[in-house]
Design a protein around this ligand. Sequence first.
Ligand code: RUQ
Ligand code: CUA
Length: 626
Amino acid sequence: MKSSAFLTLLAFGALVATPACKREKAASSGASTTENAVATYVAPGQKDEYYLFYSGGHSGQIFVAGIPSMRHITTIPVFAPYSGTGYGFDLETKKLLGDYTWGDVHHPGLSQTNGAYDGRWLFCNDNANNRVARISLSDFKTKEILGPIPNSSGNHGSSFITENTEYILVATRFSTPLPKGRYVELSEYEKEFSGMVSGIKVDPDSGKMSVGWQIKTPPIDFDLGSTGKGPSSGWAFWTSYNSEMAHDLMEVNASQADRDYAAFVNWRAAEKAVAEGKAEMLEGVPVIDPVKVPGVLYYVTIAKSPHGIDVDPSGRWICASGKLQPTTTVFDFQKVLAAIEAKNFDGEFRGVPVLKYDAIVEGEVPVGIGPLHTQFDGKGNGYTSLYIDSAVTKWKLPPWTDEEKKDLNKTVLDKIPVHYAIGHLVVGGSDTKNPYGKWLVAMNKMSKGRHISVGPSQPESSQLIDISGEKMKMVYETFTEPEPHFAQILKVDAIKPIEVYPKEENKDPNAVWDMKQAGVTRAGADDVQVKLIAVRSRFVPDKIEAKVGDTLTVHITNVEQTADMIHGFAISEHNLNVVMDPGETRTIQVKLTKPGIFPYYCTNFCSALHQEMQGYLSVKPADSAQ
Ligand code: RUQ
Ligand code: CUA
């Protein structure tokens, strides 16, 4: 008896002990566990040093985490409704979403002034419905959604922000016949379909976006891009696949050629051409034909099925990676300018010159297998993600010594495994003139057992890598909301978000601040208007009467001016919830279709009497006397 109980205990003990032992073992390989733990530990009451804005892919959202803790601290709903903040439920945000309830966010981009983050806006793209959105960093809310962009399908190659946020540059992943809505047989793909590069103009004061101009291209599939600075100021770069211009069995047919095209776009020249009347209007947008307007577009060949193309902080080195070739190709933009000047071309592609590869390439760095994206630390190094190797390679940017040039293996400085199948990676400020360096976040496409099991859909994983030393150091791993693509890192002290909406800045004509102004008005035969105050811990009024057939409009003002005093407003069985921050007014509207008594209540915990913050919507039958 005694011994069997002892054995049971032992077995039980072993079971309990295993995960902890495993944990220690895993962590102790590499740098010291304690060191890593301390480096990422943000003690209770302390705060992170950086924001990580990461794309939520087909969730249609942007997620915000802190670095180094990697804690997910907020969700910014952009292209999808989010009842957590009432986004997509009130009239204003419903209008932002338009006809869509989802989007596919891939590449967030921070606004810049003089090649540095200015902390004003965050832009992001919707790959699915061809839109771009603008988020204000003063309140972390989506302010504007532009699109679907005319003449543009598959808005993957965006949002790439120019040095002074003159434009968000955007390119099409999918080509379609233009104008949109025109029916053409798929067999006519090569002849009848078009791709497009678009300059989305950003108003420097308000941030308001509009389509500035477009450049029409053959039906290749643009992939990733980036914008120039320094010597490449005024230029933008995209990779593409499908130089074969295939339209079916893409996996095979679009991987035939050894090389695909990158597009080098002189957006200042495009802007000038439009000003000089050299564009033709299509669907209200000036569209440039690059064959008729030489100088706006050049092609460059890159091996093979290229994906990322990234400009280093100096603006001189353009680094492109071909998924199916184990190198990252570095172009020297000074040589690009010289080649253009000398017309050093290697024929043309559909009437547009192709720059002579040998004349502009600096070298092909043997980074490893499946290279996708490159980021920079501002200290002369590139970091390239390797999808197939599941690793990140650190390598030295040019200028290279003669010895290095002879054997570019010598420029490869370090390689660190990630788990697993990394897509994007991000280094703070990599796309500015002065990156922060310090941290690199690897966004992995497959987690394969990195988390405790939650069923077949395994949670994604991101890893935090310390790049401050010579060797990269893996320090932390965390769950990432799906579906991670690109991200941006911003120093916390680069912005100063507001805490309340000041009462005097609330311009909503239906805002009410005084309980005497609040109330229910029948404005028309079937139009009931309510001006409602939300304040700890009551709604004024707490009774609304209406009848079936009425359209009920409720303007709710949270009159609090105290930080973090947030109220929600939900009506039972009416699919409605909005959340008002302090000083904010939001409007909901609903057609009343069923009689009864429907409680409304505050959804956001606000005080000890939050539970009592409730009222009743009484809906009389349609035929009742008013
Ligand atoms: S892409 S994994 Cu949508 Cu940004 Cu490269
Ligand atoms: Cu107001 Cu809870």
